[in-house]
Design a protein around this ligand. Sequence first.
Ligand code: BYC
Length: 482
Amino acid sequence: MTVPAAGAPAPGNRADYREKIPNNVDLHEDRRLQRALESWQPNFLSWWSSMGPTLPTQDVYLRTAVNVGREGWAHFDHVAMRDYRWGIFLAERDRDRRIGFGQHKGEPVWQQVPGEYRADLRRLIVIQGDTEPASVEQQRNLGATAPSLYDLRNLFQVNVEEGRHLWAMVYLLHAYFGRDGREEAELLLHRNSGSLESPRILGAFNEETPDWLSFFMFTYFTDRDGKYQLGTLKESAFDPLSRTCEFMLKEESHHMFVGTTGIDRVVLRTAQLMREHDTDDVVGFGAIPLGVIQKYVNFHYSVSLDLFGSETSTNVANYFTAGLKGRWSEERRRDDHKLTDDSILVDAVVDGQPGRSEVSALVGLNTDLRREYVDDCRNGLTRWNRILEEADLPQRLYLPHVAFNRRVGAFAGIEASPEGEVLGAEEWALRKGDWLPTELDKTYVRSLMQPVHERGKIAAWIAPPRQGINGKPFDYEYVHLA
Ligand code: BYC
């Protein structure tokens, strides 16, 4: 990696990789903060070695963020994972930036945390921060069953960047929240995905990611919640949070690319075999039947819908009014950005059936964001159905009804089929195996997860990617195993 000459300041927003904690926030100017973060660093590294990826490697072809500009923000090289440099990056500061919504609309953004919003901001940052290490924990054993070196490299790329996103939130906690911020930073390493005593905060982050189909679904559906939540925090009046999230979104798009193209390739392989052998039953050929893929879509989509909270929430109304959390594409909305007199139709149970009810726009903001998310999720389905169409197959994949398999919000109290038909508890228990992965399905998918760690080779249940990473071919040696 090219680093500036000794003694020279890092140019622009570039981080200096000779520092213990690479950063573009002038950490060396605040010795106390630097020391606090340097004392958190060994705890992070010890968490990474005990809860991070389990497959031993010599090195991995990884992207490391070095800058925040539009061009050349990342550097690619083979890196030993334990030597990966997790840096702190904030997008460039716009000195004229003003608050775009809520009761403080039009006022200059905040460089410090206002006392009255301290608890709420800390909570949002902690919830965001909690998801990042959780996903690393969920994915820690996947390396052992990677379908190719290309996929293995992508897994590790996602993992190290989620680790960096944890750093991003921990920086904010240390820099702006004093002692309780430091305590929260410790707790982020203490809670663990799926732990009975101290689980991760949000539901989906305590689910298992036991196989690669789940991994691709997670990076498609759950990382996409990340995209939308980060998009709303990017609007925040608390400028350091906004700038942090802006940069995180840049990295996040690769994670969703891994999910989208991963599912593309699973569907393509299944479609090829269905055509070739003129059958729906591709089990004999070592591929994943469309019906099982659909069940995985149903599961990951529904648990990810839960991540948006309840359809009506006074929390979200308060966050918006205070200027802490905006809407997706806030500046493109054609309204007063205050919403005090507006209303919205939100999903609700009406006469025992999924329906809609009108509420004040402010309390309905979780619904507003979830709708943006649902529209975005549909793009994947269109892509995957195009693959089926091009293979001349009549089958199609779909997104289940929003009331299906929900544990948070208005539909948590009812059970519904993927078409939205309300079911009694007994019927649900009887039929849910038609719609959600059963033990048999999961065992079958897991049985396919045999590692392919040879250069240029790929497992039989997935098609190779169209392109490699950073202009490299598919058969590039992306990972050197230990
Ligand atoms: N599981 O008022 P309500 C990502 C709690 S993903 C368990 O409806 P609110 C990533 C809720 O906390 C993005 N509990 O919700 C992806 C509240 O508890 P309290 C992560 C849940 O507050 C992949 C109560 O239920 N970032 O980055 O309006 C890989 C009532 O809730 C759940 C954020 O989420 C759940 N699913 O909205 C790596 C952004 N849902 O207060 C990373 C920050 C709700 O009664 N968080 N609860 O104790 C937020 O904006 C909001 O906290 C939420 C919930 C949208 C999560």
